[in-house]
Design a protein. Structure first.
Lengths: 176, 577, 430
């Protein structure tokens, strides 16, 4: 088999299993472990997960395909998930998406030829107040996007720079 | 006793009942798709909507409360309910589409929604004619469609496994197929993939749906999404006749239906029997349709100077009679068969007994590893227990060989002893071998005399399964000597009723030149001056019931009424795991 | 109409305390006192039932959207039988317009953990799971840390604070599915399956996780429990709108100057809330407000006078408080676009299990797209309205309702705008 978990992965999976009274609940977290290790959960990886947990392959496949965050095929090095849902739509999410489409020369759902970027249009990411925004490869949120900020982000990722967590201060209400 | 009111009628009930099942058991109808009595109820199709309420009872008196007009007060559930997962309760009031406009409307609305993304393939769809979606749309659906936008497209003609083909666009996502592999066959080979209106059932990537029970999903799929790779496009449902039967490829005695057109069996499907196979059957048994059509022995055959030649019936009967007469009784071995029915075995034994030949012996047909703890047993013959209950001596392989060794004339009732390596062709070389057989085989090949007999599809006869249940078959196809038009016991198809004489059942070649064993016995007896006059399986069973105590109380009528009859067998004779 | 004194309100869930997410800072500020009280103060709390009663009295109406009294829900749990019982904390937070629970994960995780522990004690729960949407990876990591700190300090685990009460507490990450916020879908997802909502009955209190009694509460709901135990039910129920009392985390987004999450009493006037969030952006006029997440019926600006953010008041104009995630739209907003986008969301998120939702959400979206593209006809609007009645109340879970309501109410409340879009095309073609 082309894909194998490391010893640490297997240890982590054991820790995960210990959280639940049965093995099946470990399906989602183990898919996460796999995706972090291999960058995707292609069919081969799904099979590895099924074998590791001793669960039916079809089950793992059905689960992997229900949840949008699992990459069922290889993606670019950086996946830009641009939210265009309600509040982001109102605040220019589509403009950001289209700007990135132009900049990267791909359409939403596609990956650049060099495999650096995948661009997606996604549903609400729970950052409505900080619209428009996007999420990078299932991890950091980039908020309050403008075209300039989007450009900067692309350059930053290209240069291999780590993204910082953008903390958003709690606004305290002012008496009006 | 608790009572429930359905469309204004009062019914009493005991125990736990799902309302939909309860209504069906009353012979009434509520349309549905996803519910299946042998599986969990996910209530996902939303078709079986009814209006449900509860007659209010006073806390103090326990009496029903009444309003100012004296009518009982009903508290309706705020929403329509799916009857498939609604449990009947005392004082429950149910209105179906028969009596309630809101329910009627909801069912129609739901059908409209099911149909918007459904490819209206009925003219080329295998399911047409037996399609719940088609039928219910006729009965309860909307006229026309208001859907003017693009349909969702999904994979078509997907070979899910060796025997099952998927058309995902026809799928209505009832999850019966996936539940089957999870709850019944337990292979867990199927899952629904994707989400929302992109959902469809599939196997894990690169895996085959080779579940040994896979074809049951085709039966329970309420649409033409899952079809049988073998049966696909072979026949329209309304061209076939459906005849109850028993699976003769295994000792389990799975209840089946044979589907016939023009004297060919085209498919085999399971028939419900809660005591034997519930709604299911193994894929293996479905292949059996071929043995009724193909490779049949048609007309008696005789070896002349080492050459097999066709013979006349008269000649064949006379030859066997002469052989018996010319051979020392002690040198004749009569081998009965777990592969033949109770009646066939009995008829043969009656004849040989009257001739005072050695009592018939038989050997069971066990194939270790076939049994799966579900619907397959290691015993692959349909009537081993029948032979035992008739009192035949059961011999193992070496004992049978020894008997044969001593014999000069070997009479074998439908059992491919050479093929299944009980005896070798060599052992039979210098003997006269007469076989009564349905299909060509190595055993028939080496025989000196081959007399063709009817299969389970051509006769009505009984078989006792591994658990001691006696069940019977019906005539599903004609032989050269029978005529469905005058045989009132044979099933009628839609074409018989509505078609012309030229529509079907016209190909003479599909009728086999064979006879039921008991008719052959009549002729043999006649030639030997014995008084045997069997009419049919029904009469023979009556005779057996009165003369063999193990079968007392058994009759065709009783078997029909009780879906088979449990006989008492010695426990260790059961080989089902 | 009562006026809620919100101007002098001081936040309790998200107070302005530096580093409150650190367990030491939290305890220094009175943290875990409530837990200690219910576990050890036998005079005050006779036992678990007393805690349930107090919470019931406080009338914490579920902050996940349905607004059900939390204490009352807890009381549905059958008597403990020695077997496992579960609390599933709902941090799926995926309804468009909603982004409040993440603030608790980030700024005050222990107020939630403490509330959940108290709930667990009250219901004799043996294991707590907090289900957090997979996209909140940052907050999942923060919660893992907070929980592990609480384990270390002995607030979670065996014999907590020397009492007989023991409980485990785990994070379970989602992986991208709005439907998993529906409570029974969440249970399926926790069990490692596709997030198909379950048919009810049986209800989770009878048969929840692995067939055992289970209660599901929203993160904010559970966080309020801590305050109720510290300050009493009366304190809580006297805050804000009487029938829907207590502090609320309002998430305000859209065309305002300072969008964000604001903790204020329930019952703040809608228009005031817009001012709290800095008023309308670019000096534009207000056109419409979606008060509590995308599924709550949209309100026109002219409907908002005197309307306050609580269920009773919103009901008078035909809407709901939902998750209190308010989306503000200015005069330039294209309601057809907005409605199409909402319909797209529900179409994308339908689990596909049951017919009316699987088929209906797609049909709604496709017709709306047609209208948005200028190819619609007026009769399509009536078809849309008809479809909403074909979906509503006929499905396994409420997602179909959530998809139907915005369509019905947006069309009804902005019919002219929709008709104009249809008619324009009719003229252009002619
Ligand atoms: C489609 C759908 C999505 C939901 N999403 C969420 C969610 O993201 N977070 C949440 O707390 N409740 C959500 N709910 C409500 C939950 O089903 C449940 O009522 C709630 O978690 C109970 O907690 P509460 O009583 O504390 O509000 C959703 C309900 C539906 C029907
Ligand atoms: S599944 Fe039924 S309704 Fe659909 S095309 Fe086939 S016969 Fe017609
Ligand atoms: S393929 Fe048939 S049985 Fe399977 S889910 Fe679809 S409609 Fe149901
Ligand atoms: S209403 Fe929609 S989301 Fe809910 S169970 Fe049905 S299909 Fe799934
Ligand atoms: S049969 Fe009841 S919902 Fe499908």
């Amino acid at each position: 088999m082309a894909y194998e978990f490391t010893k640490e992965d297997l240890q982590e999976i054991e820790t995960i299993k210990a959280k639940y009274p049965e093995v099946m609940p470990a399906t989602l977290p183990t898919l996460w472990v796999a995706q972090r290790r291999f960058g995707h959960v292609e069919p081969e990886v799904q099979r590895l997960v099924a074998e590791t947990l001793g669960l039916p392959e079809a089950h793992v496949h059905g689960v992997a395909n229900f949840y949008t965050q699992y990459y069922k095929e290889k993606k670019g090095k950086h996946v830009l998930d641009v939210c265009t849902c309600l509040s982001c739509q109102l605040c220019g999410g589509y403009e950001i998406l289209h700007h990135l489409e132009e900049k990267l020369g791909i359409k939403a759902g596609e990956t650049t030829e060099d495999g650096t970027f995948t661009l997606n249009q996604v549903e609400c990411l729970g950052a409505c107040g900080y619209a428009p925004m996007l999420q990078v490869t299932n991890d950091k949120y980039v908020n309050h996007l403008t075209k300039e900020k989007a450009d900067e982000l692309v350059e930053k990722l290209k240069s291999g720079e780590e993204l910082e967590y953008e903390q958003i201060k709690m606004p305290q209400h002012k008496n009006i | 006793m608790p009572e429930i009111f359905i469309d204004g009628h009062r019914y009493e009930f005991e125990g736990e009942h799902k309302v939909l099942q309860f209504i069906q058991d009353l012979g009434k109808e509520v349309p549905f798709f996803c519910y299946h009595p042998s599986m969990t109820a996910p209530a996902n199709c939303r078709q079986c909507m009814v209006k449900a309420g509860q007659y209010m009872k006073s806390r103090e008196t326990g009496e029903y409360e009444v309003d100012e007009n004296g009518d009982r007060v009903i508290r309706w559930f705020p929403k329509l309910q799916t009857s498939c997962n609604l449990m009947a309760a005392d004082g429950m009031v149910i209105l179906t589409q028969e009596t309630d406009e809101q329910v009627k409307r909801a069912q129609k609305d739901n059908l409209e929604l099911i149909l918007i993304n459904h490819p209206l393939d009925c003219p080329i769809c295998d399911q047409a004619g037996e399609c719940p979606l088609q039928i219910q749309t006729y009965k309860y659906g909307p006229e026309g469609s208001r859907f003017e936008v693009k349909k969702v497209h999904k994979p078509k003609r997907v070979q899910l496994g060796p025997r099952v083909v998927l058309d995902a666009e026809r799928c209505i996502n009832c999850t019966r197929c996936t539940r089957f592999t999870q709850e019944i066959s337990k292979t867990h080979q199927l899952t629904i993939t994707s989400r929302g209106d992109k959902n469809y059932p599939t196997t894990a990537p690169g895996r085959e749906f080779d579940d040994p029970y896979s074809l049951n999903t085709v039966d329970i799929c309420p649409v033409g999404a899952l079809t049988s790779a073998d049966f696909r496009f072979k026949a329209r449902v309304w061209e076939m006749n459906q005849t109850p039967s028993i699976d003769i490829t295994n000792g389990k005695g799975t209840n089946i239906d044979l589907w016939t057109r023009d004297n060919l069996i085209l498919r085999v499907t399971p028939r419900f029997n809660s005591e034997v196979n519930d709604h299911w059957m193994p894929d293996a048994g479905r292949e059996a349709y071929k043995i009724f059509n193909e490779n049949r022995i048609s007309r008696p055959q005789q070896k002349l100077d080492g050459e097999k030649v066709l013979s006349s019936w008269n000649n064949a009967i006379a030859t066997l009679g002469e052989q018996i007469e010319d051979t020392d009784n002690a040198k004749i071995v009569v081998i009965a068969s777990p592969h033949a029915s109770v009646e066939e075995n009995y008829a043969l034994s009656k004849y040989t007994n009257l001739l005072r030949l050695n009592a018939p012996v038989f050997t069971s047909h066990i194939e270790e590893g076939t049994g799966d703890g579900f619907l397959l047993s290691d015993d692959v013959a349909p009537n081993t227990n029948g032979c035992r209950l008739l009192g035949f001596k059961e011999l193992d392989k070496s004992a049978i060989s020894k008997e044969i060794q001593k014999a000069e004339l070997v009479i074998i009732l439908n059992d491919n002893l050479v093929d299944r390596s009980v005896v070798s062709a060599d052992q039979l070389k210098d003997k006269f071998v007469a076989v009564f057989a349905t299909n060509n085989s190595e055993t028939a090949e080496i025989a000196d005399l081959v007399i063709p007999i009817t299969t389970a599809a051509e006769h009505a006869a009984s078989y006792v399964n591994v658990d001691g249940r006696i069940q019977r078959t019906y005539r599903a196809k004609e032989t050269k000597y029978t005529n469905r038009r005058i045989d009132l016991e044979m099933s009628e198809g839609r074409l018989d009723r509505y078609g012309t004489n030229f529509d079907n059942w016209v190909t003479e070649d599909n009728k086999i030149d064979c006879m039921p064993m008991w008719e052959i016995v009549n002729n043999l007896a006649d030639a030997a001056g014995l008084d045997i006059n069997f009419k049919d399986g029904r009469e023979i069973m009556d005779e057996i019931a009165s003369s063999v105590s193990n079968f007392s109380g058994v009759s065709f009528a009783a078997m029909d009424e009780q879906a088979g009859i449990q006989l008492s067998i010695k426990k260790e004779t059961s080989t089902s795991k | 109409m009562s006026t809620v004194d919100w101007k002098n309100y001081t936040p309790v869930l998200l107070p302005d305390i530096k580093d409150l997410h650190k367990i030491d800072v939290y305890t220094k500020n009175g943290g875990y006192k409530a837990l200690k009280s219910v576990l050890t103060d036998k005079k005050k709390w006779e036992g678990p039932k007393a805690v349930v009663e107090e919470v019931k009295k406080a009338n914490i109406r579920g902050r996940g959207g349905a607004g059900f009294n939390a204490g009352l829900k807890w009381s549905f749990m059958p008597p403990a039988d020695g077997g496992p019982r579960y609390l599933a904390c709902n941090g799926d937070e995926s309804e468009p317009g909603t982004f409040k629970d993440r603030k608790i994960f980030e700024y005050n995780p222990h107020v939630f953990i403490e509330g959940a522990l108290i709930a667990a004690y009250a219901m004799e729960i043996t294991t707590i799971y907090v289900y957090i949407r997979g996209e909140y990876k940052t907050y999942i990591d923060m919660m893992e840390k907070a929980i592990s700190d609480a384990y270390d300090k002995g607030y979670i685990g065996k014999n907590i604070l020397g009492s007989k009460f023991s409980v485990d507490f785990y994070v379970h990450s989602g992986a991208g599915a709005y439907i998993c916020g529906e409570e029974t879908s969440m249970l399926e997802s926790l069990e490692g399956k596709r997030g198909y909502p379950r048919v009810k009955p049986p209800f989770p209190a009878q048969k929840g996780l692995w067939g055992r009694p289970t209660t599901i509460n929203n993160i904010e709901t559970l966080s309020h429990v801590t305050g109720v135990i510290n300050n009493g039910a009366e304190w809580f129920s006297s805050i804000g709108a009487p029938t829907h009392p207590g502090p609320v985390l309002y998430g305000i987004s859209g065309h305002v100057n300072n969008p964000g999450v604001y903790e204020l009493p329930s019952g703040v006037p809608v228009l005031d809330l817009i001012e709290v969030a800095g008023g309308m952006r670019n000096g534009k006029k207000l056109k419409a407000v979606i008060p509590g997440g995308s599924s709550t019926p949209v309100l026109r600006a002219d409907q908002l006078d005197g309307i306050t953010m609580d269920s009773d008041s919103l009901r008078t104009v035909g809407s709901m408080l939902g998750t209190a995630g308010m989306v503000v739209m200015d005069e330039d907003t294209d309601m057809v676009d907005v409605l199409w986008r909402i319909a797209h969301f529900y179409h994308h998120e339908s689990c596909g299990q049951c017919t009316p939702c699987r088929e209906g959400t797609g049909w709604l979206e496709k017709i709306l797209l047609k209208i948005k593209n200028g190819d619609g006809e007026v009769r399509d609007l009536d078809l849309l309205l008809d479809l909403t009645t074909q979906m509503e109340g006929r499905t396994i879970c409420a997602l179909a309702d959530a998809a139907a309501w915005p369509v019905r109410f947006t069309i009804n409340r902005f019919r002219d705008e929709f008709e104009a879009r249809c008619i324009k095309k009719a003229h252009a073609v002619a």
